[in-house]
Design a protein. Structure first.
Length: 401
């Protein structure tokens, strides 16, 4: 494991390190945060060896030792030292590694706050007669006057020493599930519901991918109700379609809470979501041809299918072409960062293409018995997505050159 960042984790209270927080122990959360943040090897006290099961279950290279002195003195590429387990967001670790020179620095956590020290402090500590864990920060301060602190701007980086700490960190973890890309409906309506579900499911063996499949099956059922036609079927279909929008957040929340996110999970979520969209669209179109509709609605249905397929094809090609992961949120549109009036108009219009808003609109159309109008909405939005996806291709190609 050469050229890997090494972490040393002190465990002052082995029993407390087994405190469970949303399905993972405090120790497990510390290790996952380090691993996802870029740490390749970690040293742990031998007394916690039985808490982790097989080392093969971890991507980290985990070593156990009763005395870190020798290991600390021989680390050649810097070290991240935690004086106690932390619930730490991987982005915090990434920021530390990006903003410091590991060839010269040691990173230390102190009372839940992370700072860094010159490597001379590390070397001096290693030369001293090895203290207990509570003295390492004191010894480090004997060799450096100031430890620089970082502001993680709301990212979770917390100790858990009592019930109050546990309650606070659980709230912080739930707040962290809100994405910057969340629209108004998702932030204020969908997330409060989905996170309540995720809080419960995090303590079960249900995986994010399993929940994705369940949500997809509910989404597919909307096609049957839309195809059946009639007020009540349209209302039930619209209700289920909006429900899948709410539930769609749960799999991602579970993945982040339990460190289960993966490229496969992203692609599965995206494919299942889009299959649900197409099934709902197919159901509405089947319904209007079986039960009748105006020529305008029929033309809208035809155009919605054409533009939806073109838009999805273009977006998937973008992800594959530019290796942008498995979520359509990674497609970069030129207007997203623009400040012109036109860009701002498109930013507002873009909200109508997000699932949280259009699912709610479809639900409202179902209440008023106007579900077939959804085809006009889909035709317009799918056309806009297709056009701007082409622009996204051009912009990404230029940036790649």
């Amino acid at each position: 494991m050469e050229n890997k960042v090494t972490a040393f984790l002190f465990i002052p209270d082995p029993a407390a390190s087994q405190t469970e927080i949303y399905g993972l122990t405090l120790l497990e959360r510390s290790l996952h945060g380090l691993e996802r943040g870029g740490v390749g090897r970690v040293f742990l006290p031998t007394e916690v060896q039985g808490f982790l099961g097989k080392k093969a279950d971890w991507k980290l290279d985990i070593e156990f030792s009763d005395d870190y002195r020798n290991e600390l003195s021989t680390v050649g590429n810097g070290a991240l030292v935690l004086t106690e387990p932390l619930v730490i967001d991987p982005k915090c670790v990434q920021q530390l590694l990006e903003q410091s020179s590991l060839a010269e620095m040691i990173l230390i956590t102190q009372s839940g706050e992370i700072g860094w020290y010159p490597k001379t402090a590390l070397e001096a500590v290693a030369k001293d007669q090895w203290p207990n864990f509570s003295q390492i920060t004191t010894l480090a301060h004997q060799h450096v006057l100031v430890a620089k602190k970082l502001d993680f701007q709301g990212l979770v980086c917390s100790t858990v020493r009592n019930d109050a700490d546990k309650k606070a960190v659980k709230k912080a973890l739930i707040r962290s599930l809100i994405k910057p890309t969340d629209g108004w409906v998702s932030r204020n309506l969908n997330r409060p519901i989905s996170t309540s579900i995720s809080r419960v499911l995090a303590h079960t063996a249900i995986t994010p991918n399993q929940f994705t499949i369940v949500t997809g099956l509910i989404g597919l059922s909307t096609a049957w109700f839309f195809a059946a036609g009639g007020y009540w079927n349209y209302l039930i279909g619209g209700t289920l379609f909006h429900l899948t929008s709410v539930l769609d957040g749960v799999d991602g929340e579970l993945a982040r809470l339990k460190f289960k996110s993966s490229p496969f999970g992203q692609w599965l979520d995206t494919l299942v979501d889009n299959l649900s969209y197409l099934a709902a669209l197919g159901g509405i179109i089947t319904g209007i041809y079986l039960h009748g509709a105006t020529d305008l609605v029929k033309w809208a249905g035809l155009l919605s299918v054409v533009f939806a397929l073109l838009a999805l094809g273009s977006l998937y090609f973008y992800l594959l072409r530019f290796k942008s992961g498995g979520t359509l949120l990674n497609v970069k549109y030129s207007f997203q960062e623009g400040n012109s009036t036109f860009d701002k108009i498109l930013q507002v219009a873009g909200a109508f293409g997000k699932r949280d808003l259009f699912a709610l609109i479809f639900f409202i159309l179902g209440i008023f018995g106007k579900m077939t109008w959804a085809l006009i909405y889909i035709a317009i939005m799918a056309f806009m997505v297709f056009v701007f996806s082409i622009q996204a291709h051009i912009a990404a190609s230029k940036a790649k050159r």
